[in-house]
Design a protein around this ligand. Structure first.
Ligand code: TA6
Length: 277
C-alpha cells in the first residue's frame, strides 16, 4: 500500500506518494501537477531546471493539467487556468493509496471563466505504473463546454535517439507546417515537432536507442494524442527552459481538444492517462 507525505519542493507544498516496490511520485498542490515519477529506479518525467515556482506561473515539466481550454483555441489564457491555481487535497493523504486533489470554481477562476465547476485529479501509483485521472463535474444549472489535456513531459536522454511507436496510420495534424496527413511508421525527431494525432486504440510506446522505455495509454474519452518537442530554436525562446532542455524531454499528451466536451447540469466526465514501464 503506498503512503503519502507532505513536503516542500522549491518552496511549493507537495505530496510524495511512495509504493512498497520503491516507486515514488511527487505532486504539487499548484496545478495538481505531478512533478516527478521514479519507477524502476529512474526518473521518468522531465522537470525543467528553469521552471518557475512563483505560485501562479505554470510549472514547466511533469504533468501539467490543461483545463478548460487547449492551447490558444479560445479566449482564456493558453492551456486554461487549472495549471496556474493551487488545488486542495481531498481526504487524508497520510493513509491514502492514491491522491486526489480538487479545484472548484471561485473568485480566482471566475476572473477568466464564469462557470461553476468542480474538477478532481487523482494520482494512483501501483507496481504496474502511474495512472492520472481528471474528473470534471458540472454542479451548476447551466450547460457549459471545455477542452482539456494531460500535458505529460517524459524525460529522455537524447531526443535524437527517441522514437514513438503506435501512431502508425493515425490521422495527424502537423501544427508546425499546418498540414494534415496519415502517420506512416514511428515518429522520430530532428527539430521542432508539434502534432495532434487521432488517438490510437492501443498503447503508444516510447523507445530510446531502439529499446522500449514506456507504454502510454489513454482513456477513450480523449480523442487526441499530442506529441511535442520544441527543438533548439523554440526552446531557446522559452525562458523557463535551459537551451538544451529540448534534448531531454518529449511530451506525449492525451486530450479532448478538437471537439469540446459539453456537460449539462449534474453531468460528469473523466479521462485518464496510464504510464507503464
Ligand atoms: O500541447 C502542445 C502545445 O500546445 C504546443 O503547441 C506548445 O505550445 C506546448 O503545448 C507548450 O505550451 P506552454 O504554454 O506550456 O509553453
Amino acid at each position: 500500500m503506498p503512503t503519502a507525505q507532505p513536503e516542500l519542493f522549491e518552496g511549493q507544498p507537495c505530496l510524495r506518494l511512495r509504493h512498497a516496490c520503491g516507486d515514488e511520485v511527487l505532486v504539487a498542490l499548484h496545478g495538481a501537477q505531478v512533478l516527478s515519477w521514479v519507477a524502476g529506479g529512474r526518473e521518468r518525467l522531465y522537470l525543467s531546471p528553469r521552471a518557475l515556482w512563483d505560485g501562479h506561473s505554470a510549472i514547466r515539466g511533469g504533468i501539467p493539467i490543461c483545463f478548460p481550454q487547449f492551447n490558444q483555441r479560445g479566449p482564456l489564457p493558453k492551456h486554461g487556468f487549472a495549471r496556474n491555481l493551487a488545488w486542495q487535497l481531498v481526504g487524508d493523504a497520510a493513509h491514502a493509496a492514491q491522491l486526489t486533489l480538487r479545484l472548484h470554481s471561485d473568485e480566482r477562476s471566475r476572473q477568466w471563466w464564469p462557470h461553476a465547476f468542480e474538477a478532481q485529479f487523482t494520482v494512483e501509483l501501483s507496481a504496474a505504473g502511474l495512472r492520472v485521472t481528471l474528473d470534471v463535474h458540472n454542479p451548476s444549472p447551466e450547460t457549459w463546454a471545455f477542452t482539456s489535456l494531460l500535458h505529460t513531459y517524459l524525460r529522455v536522454d537524447d531526443i535524437a535517439q527517441v522514437s514513438v511507436h503506435g501512431l502508425d496510420g493515425m490521422a495527424r495534424w502537423d501544427a508546425v507546417a499546418d498540414t494534415r496527413t496519415l502517420q506512416q511508421g514511428p515518429v522520430a525527431f530532428s527539430g521542432e515537432y508539434d502534432s495532434v494525432f487521432a488517438a490510437p486504440a492501443g498503447a503508444v510506446a516510447l523507445h530510446a536507442a531502439g529499446q522500449p522505455q514506456l507504454r502510454i495509454r489513454q482513456s477513450p474519452s480523449q480523442e487526441s494524442t499530442v506529441v511535442w518537442n520544441p527543438g533548439p530554436a523554440l526552446c531557446a525562446r522559452l525562458a523557463d527552459m535551459p537551451p538544451d532542455g529540448y534534448r531531454h524531454m518529449l511530451c506525449i499528451e492525451s486530450g479532448q481538444i478538437d471537439t469540446a466536451v459539453t456537460l449539462a447540469p449534474g453531468q460528469r466526465w473523466a479521462a485518464w492517462q496510464l504510464l507503464e514501464v
